[in-house]
Design a protein around this ligand. Structure first.
Ligand code: TXA
Ligand code: MG
Length: 319
């Protein structure tokens, strides 16, 4: 892939305007959201979206999330429903993506959906993301701004380590507050949790007043797999990862949780929100040691469910 100078931008109005100009010319910008940094390109441009896949080295069957500034704009692209309205009112802007049928006149590049007739869409809360979306005045396809299969970025430094020279610009506005990708809920049929993420499924279910189908645990699902991005080895550091460890073996470095002796701690006070915010940065740091990584047991409730999902993928065997 062609080498290019990756411009550094901030969240000033002048830089947001520069960013919008890059996007209008089909260039790519990494930008912060409250979940992780995204790699944004014009969702209506096949050239821009192809560029995203190329920059990430991402398999083309893996569809992308589209980001818009508010739920009214979202309704230009997807067929809205009462449940969509309810979840959007409760959780947008924020770390929730919903999947809905595409409108016939959507205008989104078919590369975004990888041929599906549904679209994953979300309204990010981060002021810089909002600023860029407003300045660009259009929908942005934006997967996490990392090389495909690698750890998601929660700081500009993480993005630069993977994508320097491969994208036009990075908008640096500090670390991401949530630290886990958005939760994805499929609303094209029975409401289904397609990916646990930065909004706990308990909160979504409390809002709906009913349980979601859970893609990974409910065996009643007969529909074809609708979250093809759930490749099992994902979020992978270079090092091997061993889970549910309470002490190190051999040369391992230990990623702890709660009061314990360890190399880095996700949250010494045992707080899952703090652990989520720290997860990817801790994995990036421990991976840089070049040593195998052992991770303490994380309670499997609330945001712990999404943390454990990412850790299982980080630990999965790969070739
Ligand atoms: O927090 C996030 O969601 C971040 C930030 C940048 O917004 N974005 C993100 O995007 O994680 P990405 O592209 O890395 O993850 C896309 C996920 C994949 O698991 C993909 O399969 C799923 O969304 N997805 C996309 N379109 C879909 C669709 N039409 N139906 C079901 N799943 C879909
Ligand atoms: Mg990703």
């Amino acid at each position: 892939m062609q080498d290019q100078e990756t411009m550094r931008l901030t969240s000033t109005p002048a830089d947001l305007a520069r960013g919008a100009a890059i996007l209008r010319a089909d260039g790519l910008i990494a930008f912060p959201t409250e979940t992780v940094y995204g790699l944004g390109g014009n969702a209506c441009s096949g050239t821009a979206v192809a560029g995203i896949y190329a920059a990430k080295g991402r398999p083309s069957f893996n569809p992308l999330i589209v980001h818009v500034a508010d739920s009214k704009i979202a309704q230009r692209y997807v067929i809205w429903s009462d449940v969509a309205e309810q979840l959007a009112r409760a959780f947008w802007p924020g770390p929730l993506t919903i999947v809905l049928p595409l409108r016939p006149d959507h205008g989104i590049s078919s590369l975004v959906t990888a041929g599906l007739d549904t679209l994953a869409i979300r309204v990010p809360a981060h002021p810089a993301a909002q600023g860029l979306l407003r300045a660009f005045n259009g929908p942005l396809a934006a997967p996490s701004a990392n090389l495909s299969g690698r750890i998601s970025p929660t700081t500009a430094a993480h993005v630069i380590a993977g994508l320097e020279g491969r994208i036009a610009a990075i908008l640096d506005d500090g670390p991401c507050a949530v630290g886990l990708e958005s939760s994805i809920v499929g609303l094209a049929g029975t409401p289904t949790l397609l990916r646990p993420g930065g909004l706990s499924s308990d909160r979504i279910e409390a809002e709906l007043g009913s349980k979601l189908l859970h893609l990974n645990s409910d065996t009643t699902l007969t529909a074809p797999l609708t979250a093809p991005g759930q490749l099992i080895s994902h979020y992978a550091p270079t090092a091997t990862v061993r889970l549910n460890a309470n002490q190190t073996q051999g040369d391992e470095v230990l990623l702890g949780f709660g009061a314990m002796d360890c190399d880095l701690n996700l949250s010494a006070m045992g707080d899952l929100t703090q652990a989520a915010a720290n997860l990817f940065d801790c994995l990036h740091r421990l991976d840089a040691t070049g040593r195998p990584i052992a991770v303490a047991l994380i309670p499997n409730k609330g945001l712990g469910i999404a943390i454990n999902d990412r850790l299982r993928r980080a630990a999965a065997p790969r070739d």
